[in-house]
Ligand binder design. Sequence first.
Ligand SMILES: C[S@@+](CC[C@H](N)C(=O)[O-])C[C@H]1O[C@@H](n2cnc3c(N)ncnc32)[C@H](O)[C@@H]1O
Length: 243
Amino acid sequence: MKIIEAIKKKREFSGLPNSIVERVAEMSKGDVKESRALLRKYFGVFLTNKILKGKISDDEMLVSHMSSKKRDYEKFYGEIFSEIKGVGSVIDLGCGVNGFSYKYLRDVVGNVDYVGVEATGQLVEYMNRYFRKENFSARAVAGDLFDVGSVLRILKRAKKNRVVFLFQVVDALENLERDFSKKFILEISKECEKIILSLPTESLGGRKKFAVRRKWLLDFLREDFVIEKDFVRGGERIICFRK
Ligand SMILES: C[S@@+](CC[C@H](N)C(=O)[O-])C[C@H]1O[C@@H](n2cnc3c(N)ncnc32)[C@H](O)[C@@H]1O
């Protein structure tokens, strides 16, 4: 697969799974430039150069990533878990650098197991290095969420009660395959006790507010699940639900 190799020559894409690069290459009919533009749009815009080059301290990680920088993790986790008790594990799908928030998670729910699944290999490496250093009961796995079988295997092995995070990943999934997130949520809900999903309420640049009503997603969740919590905090709408 020459085209995949060509696309991955750029450092920012070198750590992505081939399955994702292949999917995007197909979408852009084998055009390397266009494939890179799409990958940058879906995977790269959250990453600063500082993160990619690894020239950053563990403490700076969360504030350097577009999705996590605005979160006040103490309050964020406090609110999410205020009524959820007996958590055994947290499985964070499309986790970005969120593994660096493990200490805040532990303050709220205790010593739970944490597994982060993330496409960008460099981030997985940094998180695992950090987990080992801190001796946390946590690991990160490089993978593609479109490989649902692998995700289900991770969930099956995880300690109950299992809470799945899907923070700001629906857009990424929908961009690559329309309506995939519904199928995905239905599948993973068979192997976990709760799902916490979040959607951005502002565009990435933060300037223009865009109405993120995402009616289709909310209608689907209301129909197939019990919504236990739904709140907005720091430019993010957070929905907690179960089967
Ligand atoms: C907007 S970021 C959100 C990061 C994190 N969940 C957070 O909210 O802090 C989306 C993340 O999902 C990852 N991602 C997108 N599609 C993926 C896929 N198919 N498999 C694995 N990870 C994926 C991206 O690499 C990126 O790190």
